[in-house]
Write a protein that binds this ligand. Structure first.
Ligand code: TRP
Length: 341
């Protein structure tokens, strides 16, 4: 077994050359963050990008969200991965040929480890390639897999999805199976989700398979409750981004003066989160001041819900053959397998 954190390699090397690559990388990331915050807050409605939710505190709050009784998504997809593994296997494995199992945004790999274990037990030859923007979570995942399933071959790729997908393709000629779980596709606007799927299609080859987790439309109360918990964990998760901006971009958001607001529109299937300014207030970010009027909102994120029919349409319109769909015992969540035509 080998495990290689590819993106760390060039960084470590250039670090020896210049002694400052890490700092420069950090500066560049902060600069990008600053730019995106200013652009987002200047748009109408004001918005902040949810990809910045996941700092250390955000990671912890997200773990708490997944453990909440109201938040059904993780439990449903775990039901699929732990109880319907043979069906997943049938959807992704072809003729016992070796392949690369790539996971976009692998996180701690809780769900995928069931599949990995099953593949291993069935004697299939594969390399697991988790892709994540967070190097520290990849290390955790690596250690966990190494102790739970020591025989598995792992190649960790730290970085942006498409860049790392290109890297995976350049490293191996094997057929690719790509996992994109957790209804993360729902956190894109619908047009972005279509573009993402087309881009994925372009980066892959005929016969490659993707397995995408979709949250299904269901009773609107069930959906709204999952994102609007009474204990306020989801609120804290959203508000934590303001705290992060305060810390990393030298700002002075008064977090107490913003309130989380969640909507679910059963017609469009969009579940959206906002932060609302509770009064007229000025916020300083670095050298700039932004004025919020009372009740003004900041749009934070969408969690799109889909019908089975909408999922099939997306496959068709973005260049895939529909291979199969596997849902949990409640019929609330679905992992769809699509093959590149
Ligand atoms: N993709 C998951 C979802 O849409 C996880 C998630 C992303 C989430 N952002 C969230 C969960 C905000 C709760 C709140 O549900």
């Amino acid at each position: 077994m080998y495990s290689l954190n590819l993106t760390n390699l060039p960084l470590m090397q250039s670090n020896q050359d210049t002694g400052s690559a890490c700092t420069e990388y950090g500066d560049m990331a902060t600069e990008k963050f600053r730019q995106e915050v200013f652009d987002g807050l200047a748009s109408t409605p004001r918005r902040l990008s949810s990809k910045y939710f996941y700092d250390e505190k955000g990671d912890r709050l997200f773990q708490q969200i997944m453990a909440m009784p109201e938040y059904y998504l993780t439990k449903c997809e775990l039901d699929i991965f732990s109880n319907k593994t043979p069906e997943l296997f049938k959807a992704i494995v072809q003729d016992d040929e070796p392949f690369d199992l790539i996971e976009l945004g692998a996180g701690d790999g809780m769900k995928s480890s069931y599949l990995i274990k099953y593949l291993q037990e069935e004697g299939v030859e594969f390399t697991y390639m988790p892709i994540d923007i967070s190097g520290s979570i990849l290390n955790v995942l690596n250690e966990k897999l190494r102790s739970d399933i020591p025989e598995v071959s792992i190649l960790s790729l730290e970085g942006e999805y498409f860049e790392m997908l290109g890297k995976a393709a350049s490293l191996s000629q094997r057929r690719k199976v790509v996992l994109f779980l957790g209804s993360n596709i729902g956190n894109m606007e619908l047009n972005e989700a279509f573009e993402f799927s087309m881009e994925l299609n372009k980066k892959l080859s005929t016969g490659d398979v993707i397995l995408i987790g979709f949250d299904l439309r269901k009773n609107p109360h069930t959906i709204l409750n999952a994102y609007n918990d009474k204990a306020g964990i989801t609120a804290a998760f959203n508000l934590n981004l303001l705290t992060r901006i305060n810390r990393e971009l030298d700002a002075d958001f008064d977090v107490e003066q913003f309130q989380h607001f969640q909507t679910y529109d059963p017609e469009s299937g969009a579940c959206r989160s906002y932060l609302i300014s509770l009064l007229n207030q000025n916020v300083r970010i670095g050298g700039e001041t932004i004025s919020f009027v009372k009740d003004e909102l900041i749009y934070m994120e969408v969690s799109q819900k889909f019908s089975k029919c909408e999922i099939k349409e997306m496959a068709q319109q973005t260049g895939f053959d529909f291979v199969g769909e596997i849902s949990d015992s409640k019929g609330w969540f679905l992992d769809a397998a699509w093959r590149v035509i």
